[in-house]
Design a protein around this ligand. Structure first.
Ligand code: DAK
Length: 258
């Protein structure tokens, strides 16, 4: 792969978008490679994924404007659908995905971070949806996921004004869970990932599914979803081991993911 690096640290997979000459902007090749790497992650061993950008300046500075500039209606639709499909795949990826936002997260970059389960960022991070300055709307889910994450009023302000916000405001709005000095961002992302990876993977994945699907439906349907997903954890080896360990006043060293 030319623009995506993938490495693993025990049960943690780290995806780095590395196209620094264009501040890691997303062109078709980057999206194809991102799609490929997500497909290739081994869910038997990987329990949490971290997604970040290469360098210290930019997470992803959006979709590639040079590539988009001369798209026809039909090509624009195809490009948008490709991005939407890859981002949705990330959102529905069975294991949790942490966005470690290391700089600019503009347009498609902000939308990419929004497709992840949890966002943390460096102090120099900037989030924004500048699409209306380019004569387009957010096209990779921004109108939907930003409003669902920070509320309709603030999302509309960010999208209509195109004004980026800094890390401290992103934290205040709940767009990111924490802000760290640049050098500490990846170590902190790994620490957070390790904490999650220590817990029973089937249960963690079930929580992700329940939250993702439950939020899209009415409260009664969502509680039925929770009940069914809760039930599905029983008779797993990890449920039995986790409860037996509690009763025996022992700690589980490593859940089996079974
Ligand atoms: N695309 C392509 N190249 C980009 C880029 C981008 N989004 N962002 C930066 N670059 C390139 C610059 O052109 C420059 O290249 P060279 O001139 O060196 O060849 C290089 O990266 C360094 O950028 P700057 O020289 O501009 O660096 P600065 O530090 O001065 O400024 C900046 C950094 C992030 C503030 C600035 O680069 C900037 O404003 N970039 C554009 C940010 C932006 O507007 N992003 C949103 C893109 S729109 C859809 C599907 C998806 C989307 C929309 C519709 N459908 C098809 C329906 C999503 C749209 C977007 O994401």
């Amino acid at each position: 792969m030319q623009f995506i690096k993938y490495e693993t640290h025990d049960a943690i997979g780290i995806i780095t978008i590395d196209r620094q000459e264009a501040l890691n902007a997303l062109n078709t090749d980057v999206l194809n490679e991102l799609d490929g790497v997500i497909n290739s992650i081994d869910l038997d061993t990987i329990r949490v994924v971290i997604l970040t950008g290469a360098g210290t300046k930019s997470f992803v500075a959006g979709a590639d404007i040079a590539e988009m500039c001369h798209l026809s209606h039909a090509e624009g639709k195809r490009f948008s659908h490709k991005g939407l499909r890859v981002f949705r795949k990330l959102e529905l990826f069975p294991a949790p995905v942490i966005a470690a936002v290391n700089g600019y997260a503009l347009g498609g970059g902000c939308e990419l971070a929004l497709s992840c389960d949890i966002r943390i960022c460096s102090e120099n991070a900037m989030f924004g949806q500048p699409e209306v300055t380019l004569g387009i709307t957010p096209g990779f889910g921004g109108t939907q996921r930003l409003a669902r994450t920070i509320g309709v009023g603030k999302a509309k302000e960010m999208i209509y004004t195109a004004k980026p916000i800094k890390a401290d405001e992103a934290y205040r709005l709940g767009l990111v869970n924490a802000v760290y000095p640049q050098a500490e961002l990846i170590p902190e992302a790994i620490k957070l990932a390790e904490k999650i990876a220590h817990n029973a993977p089937i249960a963690v994945r079930a929580c992700k599914e329940a939250i993702n699907y439950g939020l899209q439906v009415d409260i009664d349907s969502s509680l039925r979803i929770e009940g069914n997903i809760f039930g599905s954890c029983f008779e797993t080896a990890d449920q039995v081991a986790g409860m037996e360990a509690f009763l025996a006043k022992k700690k589980i060293d490593k859940f089996q993911n079974k």
